[in-house]
Write a protein that binds this ligand. Sequence first.
Ligand code: UD1
Length: 333
Amino acid sequence: MSKAFSVLVTGGAGYIGSHSVLALLDAGWDVVVLDNLVTGFSWAIDDRASFVEGSVEDMALTARIIADHNIGAILHFAGSVVVPESVTDPLKYYRNNTAASRALIESAVVGGVRHFIFSSTAATYGEPEAIPVQESAPTVPINPYGRSKLMTEQMLQDISAAHPMNHAALRYFNVAGADPEGRSGQSTDGATHLIKVAVEAATGKRDHVAIFGTDFDTADGTGVRDYIHVSDLAAAHVAALDKLVEDPARSYILNCGYGRGFSVSEVLDAVDRITNAPIERRIEGRRAGDPAALVADNSAILDTLRWTPQRDDIDLIVADAMAWERKLAEKRT
Ligand code: UD1
């Protein structure tokens, strides 16, 4: 059955965006991708989607896309995501994550777009006082990245109150893994994320993995995070869209995680299990700004959306990340 409108996906050539494009297409949506290809890859965009190369800041362009393609919903992934870079170059983050979002939201409101889904982050909480962290916890981000995203959440709240556009702000915890069918995966060079770094070490792209701190107040002393498989996260976006359409008067802020944490050592153990060849671990000091533990209370998303995680298993996450890394390694040779 064809849908009443098409969906615009910004950042659809990026890691989480490209997986969400797959999930939308698989669910029968017509999709238009807008991406400037600065960090994304055109090959990551499924052929079934239309593609426009350009910037979300370009209001003439976004207005034209919205009108020409009967856009009824926007999934807004485009943005910058490197926390340490946000500290050294905050203007880039306030531009790409805050100002660009404002421009896109204005085009959406003027163009009569009724639904908006925003890629937010657990970094909006800063260092939470209680774990697992609920959506109602104080939002006190500790870096410009988190603040740049929180500002956009706040804009969306004001805009949904004033205009007929509801929204979902999805606060991602640690996203990892790759499409189980091998259609996309994390492909950016110079990755800093633990699972990506570990699978790079396992395929010989690096010679070791650093453990940033073994003196945290956690069971084994290493940092604990809530790792969510990118395909489950993509499915959550499709479920959020269905919910926004079903109840146009309501907006949502939802944690996206499994509600269970794994330590750095446990993640590296999973990588060793998958490859059957231990990677070298080197203990280093703590990385600035790393909280000891960050785990989602995910009861709100489970109660609100028709969403059941399919790949809530650290070994599956690592195995999918590994399979994708092997593909990338083949491409390089
Ligand atoms: C960070 C942000 C998160 C953001 C994400 C995306 C914070 C608190 N979190 O996640 O909001 O969405 O980046 O860019 O700012 N680690 C190692 N060795 C490594 C790499 C990581 O030990 O080589 C450890 C870290 O210290 C941490 C865990 O592994 O305990 C996960 O780190 P990482 O994958 O970089 O993600 P976050 O920093 O949690």
